[in-house]
Ligand binder design. Structure first.
Ligand code: NZQ
Ligand code: ZN
Length: 387
């Protein structure tokens, strides 16, 4: 097992009706917030009214920043920084998913920095100070509600980059599975793929002696695989949503990667896809991950045999090693397809024109991955195999 530090300070408030306590929970930290949200969904679902009424009841004032788009843009981050400075705001409240939360994190870093906040995303420089943020989560997917990262897209250069540091952890995250009932099916599918991908990025590692984290990863993957089809069948299945929401959090709160390296090559490749083609992050991962698996599995085949056996219940004892590896990868791709996701670039209208550019951008500052180190030639080959 690798040496590690375990740190995750985000307080999770989980359960039915919990978003109705947003005001009193926020009041423990501040009496004024910038309320940040996306498009129309929170007003259509009633979450906006619930949250703002709760803030008013608790005596918490709020200014608003609406219009965060999926694959959130840097330009709105600048707008948020301006509002915080002009209105003297020192706490941000994100109501939404990964895009809203990541926008809040970027604003929180930018307000406390005299230079351009993009500096933190384009280099390895990390913020020394940030405003605190709180979260009301409306979609289980990105895990940003208790992660140390933020992912932002700079529109003019089509760069999607992340910034990670301990200051990025939100102070609290309110997770009410009932808020998921209104999610459109494409977001349920993409969110599910992202959750599974966060676990797989930590599962496919070159390490040995990782029994506990292997079993935790396998349990989390099974919980997701079992429950996702159930909510696609019945969007008001509270118990299944509760499993998915908690799995989505655990998948990306850092725990599952402790004592081992993690990979993140598939995420690095996908970020190039969503930067250029603006597809949902999870939908991109459902295409990239199976292609990455087939490209790298021979590096450490036993890990893929274990994946086939423990996650997909395949009787690997009766197979040779190569067949067992491919059976697990096929099962994973079939799962994505069974929930309605495409697993080929051509199926979402993406051709080979920009593959060299994406491969070059993905590896511009570093090689990707740890399971197998990838350079731009490898990324090019992976993307071509996904056409
Ligand atoms: O904009 P509105 O109208 O609110 O609609 C949103 C949005 O269109 C909708 N939605 C959210 N909750 C809803 C709802 N619609 C109906 N009912 C609800 N309850 O869902 C759409 C997608 O929202 P978004 O926030 O983009 O989704 P997600 O949570 O998947 O976030 C994706 C972003 O997170 C980044 C991704 O790259 C992508 O930019 N990631 C962030 C990470 C992190 N910070 O740790 C890690 C991840 O790997 C990921 O890279
Ligand atoms: Zn992700």
């Amino acid at each position: 097992m690798e040496n590690f530090i375990w740190y995750n300070p985000t307080k999770i408030i989980f359960g039915k009706g919990k978003h109705l306590q947003t005001g009193e929970i926020t009041a423990e930290y501040t009496k004024k917030v910038l309320l940040v949200y996306g498009g129309k969904s929170i007003k259509a679902t009633g979450t906006y009214d619930d949250v703002t009424n709760s803030l008013k009841k608790a005596g918490v004032e709020y200014e608003e920043l609406a219009g965060v788009k999926p694959n959130p843009r840097l330009s709105l981050v600048y707008e948020g920084i301006k509002i915080c400075r002009e209105k003297n705001i020192s706490f941000l409240l994100a109501v939404g998913g990964g895009s809203v939360i990541d926008t809040c994190k970027a604003i929180a870093a930018g307000v406390c920095y005299e230079g351009d906040v993009w500096d933190f995303y384009k280099t390895l420089m990390v913020p020394e100070k940030m405003l605190p943020i709180g979260v009301v989560l409306t979609i289980p997917a990105a895990g940003s509600e208790s992660s140390d990262g933020s992912v932002i897209t700079k529109e003019d250069t089509q760069e999607k980059r992340d910034c990670c540091c301990d200051l990025m952890f939100p102070k609290f995250a309110i997770l009410n599975p009932e808020l998921c009932y209104t999610l459109p099916e494409n977001q349920i599918r993409a969110g599910g793929a992202d959750i599974l991908a966060h676990i797989m990025e930590r599962y496919f590692v070159p390490n040995e002696n990782t029994d506990l984290s292997d079993r935790l990863c396998e349990g989390a993957m099974k919980a997701l695989i079992t429950n996702l089809p159930k909510v696609l069948e019945n969007k008001k299945d509270y118990d299944s949503w509760a499993e998915i929401m908690w799995t989505g959090n655990v998948a990306h709160n850092g725990l599952l990667g402790k004592g081992r390296l993690d990979d993140w090559a598939s995420h690095g490749i996908e970020h190039e896809l969503s930067a250029i083609y603006d597809i949902a992050h999870g939908a991109g991962l459902a295409i990239v991950f199976p292609a990455w698996m087939r490209y790298v599995y021979k590096e450490h085949p036993q890990r893929f045999v274990q994946f086939a056996n423990k996650v997909w219940d395949i009787d690997t004892d009766s197979m040779d090693e190569d067949t067992a590896c491919l059976a697990g990868i096929d099962a994973c791709e079939s799962f994505f397809r069974s929930i309605g996701l495409s697993t080929r670039l051509s199926e979402v209208g993406i051709g080979d024109e920009k593959i060299p550019l994406m491969a070059e951008k993905a590896c511009a500052s570093r090689m990707l991955g740890s399971f197998k180190k990838l350079d731009s030639g490898d990324v090019d080959a992976i993307l071509r195999s996904a056409l």
